[in-house]
Design a protein around this ligand. Sequence first.
Ligand code: C5P
Length: 401
Amino acid sequence: MSASPLAGKRIVLGVTGGIAAYKAIEVSRRLVDAGAHVVPIMTDAAQHFVGATTLSALASEPVQTELWNNPTTPIPHTEVGQGADLIIVAPATAKSIAAYRMGYSHDLLQNTLIATRAPVIVCPAMHTEMWEHPSVVDNIATLRARGVHIVEPETGRLAGGDVGAGRLASPETIVAAAERLLGPSDLAGVKVVVSAGGTREPIDAVRVIANRSSGKQGYAIAAEAAARGAQVTLVSTVGLPTPADVQVVAVETAAEMQSAMETAAGDHDVIVMAAAVADFRPSNAASGKIKKHDGVPEITLEPTPDILAALGGSKRAGQVLVGFAAETADLISNAQGKLERKRLDLIVANDVSAPGVGFAHDTNAVTMLRPDAKPVEIDLATKRDVARAVIDAVVDIRSAR
Ligand code: C5P
């Protein structure tokens, strides 16, 4: 299984003085979790918002703040930037963006930014009035034109209770931008559709038949495909945070999922059915609420359409079709049967009765089967790691054609 593209990379995390500085702690933690070596730099103003001790504890080495009398090195103004694989400035204030645009190297962070050839990601955070001010708009446009990667702020609640554009992008989005920049772009220009979550089939106006699927594995696959340059559509029954650069289509029932998947199948190159689709649904859902005093209702079930089998039947040349098999017994033989019956290129089988595996967990252990290759086993790993292995297999299938 390939490692995260951030593993072993030296990433300078520059934190400037805004309220959102506290989110830099989470960015650092996520980068370290992905195996990166995080070199933290804080400006003087940043230290008014979060303590250097906190960031030092969660980064890979102590925070550096000083251009002069730096205890780490006598020439910090060039050493930090020269050794970096990537620099992320999060949050970036209007002042730090202006200084960077001008090459005004008055502190350690600004020196580092102009003494590097590494790619730079700037994550602005400020009040809406500032974000929309012509000077900031102009500075951002200039940085962009120079090849600096800007992770745009979100619209939401700002310091002081204001609401508008200018809130720092989420740590997840910032780390996804780093993965996209340092990782392979082996799905650039490829259209991928992923289904995620369990379907919900109405019994009446308030009750549904549901299942235990959390959607986490499907979301991780969508995030991984997007990080590798794909154009991703996620057909989802759950409300997890939308991964960066992913288009979500919300559905609830198997019928709605089928219609969304069939539409997407028309122009998508890769289809991943990670959703847990109900096998049966009530044949006549009541339009109102079934009342308790009318007695225990008899609910007649009918089969739902097998979306994946239908997609296998209408598969276009070159299209890659991936299914999942959640089993509690005879994992491999059951999965092998589905691989053949549904005309899949890859099936990801997991024993959902094993500890830490499958529904709702953050980890998974799977065996990947292909019609023409040896089975690949992935021992207990994060769902993102499993997603990386699934996308590796998809890339391999595409390149073998
Ligand atoms: O046959 P089984 O339900 O175990 O197959 C699992 C695979 O088939 C999953 O990829 C699931 O998303 C898909 N499926 C489907 N439509 C159904 C049932 C399952 O697309 N009605």
